[in-house]
Design a protein around this ligand. Structure first.
Ligand code: HDD
Length: 748
């Protein structure tokens, strides 16, 4: 009969609902029902929190933290309990009839534990299943109320809390981060006018023009249905079969076969809203808009051979990178840019702005920077936040509106619909990560897992019993742009949609030579994996319409001739765009220097310890992430007698996980390293992947042992190889890669 009640803490998270009395109850006190006075809240929606509900969150404050606080659970200093709050005496043994006897049916503790476990998985997203997310804020550079009344843009310096999820498209939840694929870039703005989701990708165009084709596209790219292969890869027959029969895919293929589809980091990729949207100001005037996210760290990608190997070395490569950058205080940042244009301008374009396979060249409509996005907090719980977050293109707010893009129109349906299966019913908006900070009041009721406890007898409108509440906002509320439409009801598409190649060509010719060769190699790889020759041939016929050189290069790689080009779908003249240099990845080197770049410093007994310590400190000073790498973990005695702690073994941290390497001086150390094939492979892969290499003193011999050439084939200096020049190395590290070294096939 020990009385545990004095030692049992009340659930601190209940304070918001039951008042402070629940947090520190008087001895013997019972819970008081919530009153507006006790909680300071008049909300009927318990997820919403009117401390932050109305008005502008103060600069520097993240109001999503408060509502989430209500549901945060921290078990430190707490007893273990059942889900009913009953203290558990023994969590190791089930209740048995005799120590060797059967388990008793009445063991409710065992049964609750197993039952909950049996049901803890939910369906993964039908696409974009694999992803990672973070909290942060959007900060407006200026007041944009002349063009939109959307809340995030209403004042200079205004901050709106956001939750951002990045993802791959095709792979399942547990698949590799570094597959060749589009990346999702989904931003949920928690504004005081409700949630706005900008559900974009890292590529500004899409595979198809009409939502009608989306299930076919996804079925084609996902693992083939009979044997469930391949995972997280487009390099298989069904995808290329579909692609080769869908010429509208041509432009998107150029992007997906480019290095954009293997980003170095989520922090180094652009994001795009893809569709044309509308901005509406308080006067109801409409302008068209395209949304662009540009990473402050620049656009950087992996190389294919590296991406393949990272999939083995660290399939969580992007997830880890995002997490670690935020934990280290290197908050990832993007600038939001808008391309704003009028209906008259749009009518004069050579493409249709409702066609999601077309972009608006920046030369035609410049990108206007309007704010920045900063990710500064990792989620507390992957499932509760990253997995349960529900993005939806239908989540827009006053000041923003859709266009008639037929892909977007279908998306407006699909995202809400899919959550019903994935999150188990119509109340997913009450899951804390999805709940708006704006208060929710309406007459929708009940459904599975309802959280809100609606008061009163009224759940209909119009009503007099509830004083007419909640009431409509009229012009203050969301209003759609009154676009005039007087047309026949038809299935079909506009003529301009049938030009499939001009922008594919624009993209290809805007790439640097290195990027063009990567595109050709990617096609070669993917089509080599395709088993059906007719599909390879059909793809070459499609590429022949994009660029003759590209088609010829890919054909050569496949041992085929370039066939007759596919017939065009339109007789109309095809626009010939001037090259758009901003479409090259190399156009945005970024402003972060060497910050967050990972550098391996090779150590072994006899290494020049003083040099190592200085290099290490210098790199840390510049925000880079150096690691002492050796054959094994443990202590290494340096030449001057100091000991160094090895941080990573060569086996656990292969070359592909580093952006650059240093081999310090110390003849004995270099000798020891040269006898280890992991070390030799490391140098060769750093070289092959065009990464900067610095060798000091005796360190140079490791290059010889690895048979790495010290100059380019034409005898000129290798821009990524430094013998004794630490400053040069740092500059090359900031520039990311020395592509001048690259050959196809690789020499090293
Ligand atoms: Fe989609 C998820 C982006 C076309 C149907 N999509 C999803 C996500 C992103 C995108 C980033 C993951 C959101 C998250 O992190 O939870 N999707 C796009 C873009 C598209 C696009 C940029 C073209 C411009 N999508 C598209 C079409 C349809 C869908 C045409 C259907 C008609 N997308 C879905 C979906 C998903 C989804 C099935 C799966 C999980 C989810 O919605 O929440 O509804």
């Amino acid at each position: 009969g020990q009385d545990l009640s004095a030692a049992m803490p009340f659930n601190t998270n209940k304070a918001d609902e039951y008042g402070d009395a629940a947090r520190t109850p008087e001895p013997g006190a019972t819970h008081q029902p919530s009153t507006p006075a006790a909680t300071g809240s008049t909300s009927s929606e318990i997820i919403a929190n009117d401390k932050v509900g109305d008005g502008v969150p103060p600069i520097g404050e993240n109001p999503t933290v408060d509502p989430l606080d209500r549901v945060r659970v921290d078990a430190s200093d707490r007893h273990l309990t059942t889900n009913q709050g009953v203290p558990i005496a023994d969590n190791q043994h089930s209740l048995k009839v005799g120590l060797r006897g059967p388990t008793a049916m009445e063991d409710f503790i065992l049964r609750e534990k197993l039952t909950h476990f049996d049901h803890e998985r939910i369906p993964e997203r039908v696409v974009h299943a694999r992803g990672s997310a973070a909290h942060g804020f959007f900060e407006a550079y200026e007041d944009l109320s002349d063009i939109t009344r959307a809340a995030p843009f209403s004042a200079k310096g205004k901050r709106t809390p956001v939750f951002v999820r990045f993802s791959t498209v095709a792979g399942e939840r547990g698949s590799t981060d570094v597959a060749r694929d589009v990346r999702g870039f989904a931003v949920k703005f928690y504004t005081e006018q409700g949630n706005w989701d900008l559900v974009g990708n890292n590529i500004p165009v899409f595979f198809i023009q009409d939502a009608m084709k989306f299930p076919d596209l996804v079925h084609a790219v996902k693992p083939e249905p009979h044997h469930g292969m391949p995972q997280a890869a487009s390099a298989h027959d069904t995808f290329w079969d579909f692609a080769s029969l869908s010429p509208e895919i041509a432009h998107m293929l150029m992007w997906v076969m480019s290095d954009r589809a293997i980003p170095r980091s989520y922090r180094t990729m652009q994001g795009f809203g893809v569709h044309t949207f509308r901005l509406l100001n308080a006067q109801g005037e409409s302008r068209f808009v395209k949304f662009h996210w540009t990473p402050v760290a620049g656009t950087h990608s992996l190389v294919w051979d590296e991406a393949v190997k990272i999939s083995g070395a660290d399939p969580d490569f992007h997830r880890r990178d995002l997490w670690e950058a935020i934990e280290a205080g290197n908050f990832p940042e993007w600038e939001l840019g808008l391309q704003v244009f009028t209906e008259e301008q749009a009518n004069a374009f050579e493409f249709d702005i409702l066609d999601a396979t077309k972009l608006v060249p920046e030369e035609l409509v410049p990108v206007r920077p309007v704010g920045r996005l900063v990710l500064d907090r990792n989620p507390d719980n992957f499932f509760a936040e990253t997995e349960q977050v529900a993005f939806c293109t239908a989540h827009i707010i006053p000041g923003i509106d859709f266009t008639n893009d037929p892909l977007l129109q279908g998306r407006i349906h699909s995202y809400l619909d899919t959550q019903l299966t994935r999150l188990g019913g119509p109340n997913f908006h009450e899951i804390p990560i999805n709940a708006p900070i704006a208060q929710v009041q309406n007459n929708q009721r009940d459904g599975m897992h309802r959280q809100a406890i609606h008061r009163g007898r009224v759940s209909y409108e119009p009503n007099s019993l509830g004083g007419g509440c909640p009431f409509q906002s009229g012009r203050m509320g969301f209003t759609s742009f009154p676009e005039r439409v007087a047309e026949d009801k038809v299935r079909g598409k506009p003529e301009l949609f049938a030009d499939h190649y001009s922008q594919a060509r624009l993209f290809y010719k805007s790439q640097t030579e290195v990027e063009q060769s990567h595109i050709a190699n990617a096609f070669r790889f993917e089509l080599t994996r395709v088993q059906t020759v007719a599909i390879r041939v059909r793809m070459l016929a499609l590429l022949a319409n994009v660029d003759a050189d590209l088609a010829a290069k890919v054909a050569e790689g496949l041992g085929l001739e370039v066939p007759e080009p596919l017939p065009l779908a339109t007789d109309a003249p095809i626009p010939d765009y001037p090259a758009s240099p901003s479409l090259s990845l190399l156009a945005r080197p970024g402003e972060t220097g060497v910050r967050t770049r990972r550098v391996a410093i090779f150590v072994a007994p006899g290494v020049d310890g003083k040099q190592v310590t200085k290099l290490y400190a210098d790199l840390v000073q510049d925000g880079a992430v150096p690691r002492l790498v050796s054959t094994m973990l443990g202590k290494v005695k340096s030449a001057n007698g100091d000991t160094l702690d090895v941080e990573v073994s060569l086996e656990a941290g292969p070359s592909v996980l580093y952006d650059g390497m240093i081999v310090p001086d110390g003849a004995k150390a270099v000798e020891a390293l040269a006898r280890n094939a992991h070390a030799i492979d490391f140098v060769r892969e750093q070289y092959r992947h065009c990464k900067p290499i610095l060798v000091l003193g005796a360190g140079e011999t490791l290059l010889d042992r690895a048979m790495v050439p010290k100059t380019l084939p034409d005898g000129s200096d290798d821009p990524g190889l430094f013998i004794g020049d630490a400053d040069g190395f740092k500059q090359a590290l900031a520039a990311h890669r020395a592509f001048a070294r690259e050959t196809d096939p690789p020499m090293v």
